[in-house]
Every structure is written in structure tokens, then in C-alpha cells.
Design a protein around this ligand. Structure first.
Ligand SMILES: [Zn+2]
Length: 282
């Protein structure tokens, strides 16, 4: 599933290609993509508009239009966006849900095997945009505002497992199962530790690890462990740099102890029993 680094990779690619272009035509192949909006009304709001910029909040991709509307997209499990140049040939999107044609002949397709992805309009008339996004996503972990002190405040007093707290998009935006496993391993913290029990040093390590792993993943163009491809159809390389996630039964790269797998917050969770000692039974 695409997490912050994968969506950021797509954002950067599109941001270098589609701003300044006008959207000539939108064809919604799967009405569920824009539900509950009517596909015709959705297309009418987007067609003829010029793309101003491409932004991101957490795992949401935001295409800003000259009407002031925002075309928001979320890829969920298997969604992918593919940009093609005007003269590009190559294979058609197999699981096409929508196609956006730009005025220079280039196009962006939204493909999605499992159909959990969504696209919708955040209208220019919405008065409280900051409030709209604040209700959905918390702080951006790669922004300068995300400090150790901020993380400490988010964890403070919470009894839930630190992994579950980090997966909560309303607290920290864009972290998913894979990068939480990797950050907790780097910080040497067990995923089941009650969040509020981390001491100052552990919080410092965790803060550093979250930023370090996300930055490494953005640098690597994301991780292609399943269907993820970037908007040029290429695989990322972060999957080669994962240290514990999906490495059950293999030796820990730090201490050679066998990496284990369990479930935390209903998610397959990988950790090293030596580097990340079990919490005492509080
Ligand atoms: Zn280890």
C-alpha cells in the first residue's frame, strides 16, 4: 500500500509535468472512484481547468486547479497513477478507473485492481480548508514542525501500542505499516510498547528514525513490494533497504537474531526480539 514516500514520489513526478497544462477531458470508467459524486458532474468541474500545482497531505495527492477547486486523490491499497507523454506507446492500464487527458496530448490514468482508491473535489467555496484537512490528517513528519517535542506530546498519556498510535493518520500523516515497522526497529522500540511509556531518549530515537526512514524512502522512490509503481511506471528501490518488514525468519541485520512476526493493530508486524525487547507486562 502506498505510504507517504510513495505518494510523495508520484507528487514530485507530476509536479514536474502537469502544472500549466489544461485538462482537456476526463473519462471516469468506474463511477465508484468518484462516488457519491456523479461522474458527469465530476468531469465538468475538472475539464477546462488549468493545473496550478500538485501537493500532498499525508497519503492524499492534491491537484490544485485554477478554479480554486482541489482534485484530491487517495490510492488506498492498489491505486496507481500513470503519466504518459503525448507520443508514448506502451501497454494500456489494465484496471482503468479514470483517464485525464491534458491539452498537450499527455495523460494521467488512475488504475486500481482492488478499487478502494478514491477521487473527489474539495471545492474552492469550502471556507475552512485547513480544518477540512486537519480533521483527516495530523502533522507532516517530514515538515520542520514535526519535532521531538511534538512527537512527545502526541505519545503522552496514550496507553495503546506505539505502533497503533503511529498508524493513526489523524496524529501523524502518511506513516503506514511498512515504515512504522522500520522506524521502530531503527529506534530499538518494541511495537507493543504502550506509547505513553517511552522515555525521552526513546522518543528522540523514534523521532529521528521516523524522519530518517521516510527520507530514505523518498530518496529511493518508494518501495515496490506489491503493485506499487511510480507515475512513470517504474519500481521504487526502498524494498531492498527494508531491514525487518517482510523479513520474518531471517537474521536481524544488526544482531543476527531471527526476526519475528506478530499482529499489532490488525497489521502484520515485524520486529527483532533482541534489538526491540518485549515490554514488561504492565
Ligand atoms: Zn536485532
Amino acid at each position: 500500500m502506498p505510504e507517504l514516500p510513495e505518494v510523495e514520489t508520484i507528487r514530485r513526478q507530476l509536479a514536474g509535468r502537469i502544472p500549466g497544462r489544461t485538462i482537456a477531458r476526463v473519462a471516469v470508467a468506474d463511477p465508484l472512484l468518484v462516488s457519491p459524486e456523479d461522474p458527469g458532474e465530476f468531469a465538468a468541474r475538472v475539464e477546462g481547468r488549468r493545473v496550478e500545482s500538485v501537493g500532498r497531505r499525508g497519503k492524499y495527492l492534491l491537484v490544485e486547479l485554477d478554479s480554486g477547486d482541489t482534485l484530491a486523490m487517495h490510492l488506498r491499497m492498489t491505486g496507481r497513477l500513470h503519466w504518459r507523454a503525448a507520443d508514448a506507446d506502451g501497454e494500456e492500464e489494465r484496471f482503468l478507473r479514470a483517464r485525464i487527458d491534458l491539452d498537450d496530448g499527455s495523460s494521467v490514468t488512475f488504475g486500481d485492481m482492488r478499487r478502494f482508491g478514491r477521487a473527489w473535489i474539495v471545492p474552492a467555496t469550502l471556507a475552512d480548508r485547513d480544518g477540512y484537512w486537519a480533521a483527516r490528517v495530523g502533522i507532516e513528519p517530514l515538515s520542520p514542525r514535526f519535532t521531538g517535542r511534538v512527537l512527545a506530546r502526541l505519545l503522552d498519556g496514550r496507553r495503546g501500542p506505539v505502533k497503533a498510535v503511529l498508524l493513526n493518520q489523524a496524529l501523524v500523516a502518511g506513516l503506514g505499516n511498512m515504515y512504522v515497522d522500520e522506524a521502530l526497529f531503527q529506534a530499538r522500540i518494541h511495537p507493543l510498547r504502550p506509547a505513553g511509556t517511552l522515555d525521552d531518549d526513546e522518543i528522540r530515537r523514534l523521532h529521528r528514525a521516523i524522519r530518517d526512514r521516510l527520507a530514505a524512502a523518498v530518496e529511493a522512490g518508494g518501495a515496490s513490494i506489491d503493485s506499487y509503481r511510480d507515475s512513470l511506471g517504474e519500481r521504487g528501490t526502498m524494498q531492498d533497504l527494508l531491514r525487518v518488514h517482510l523479513h520474518e525468519g531471517e537474521p536481524c541485520p544488526r544482531c543476527r537474531t531471527t526476526i519475528r512476526k506478530t499482529r499489532v493493530a490488525q497489521r502484520g508486524t515485524y520486529w527483532c526480539p533482541t534489538c526491540q525487547p518485549e515490554p514488561p507486562p504492565w
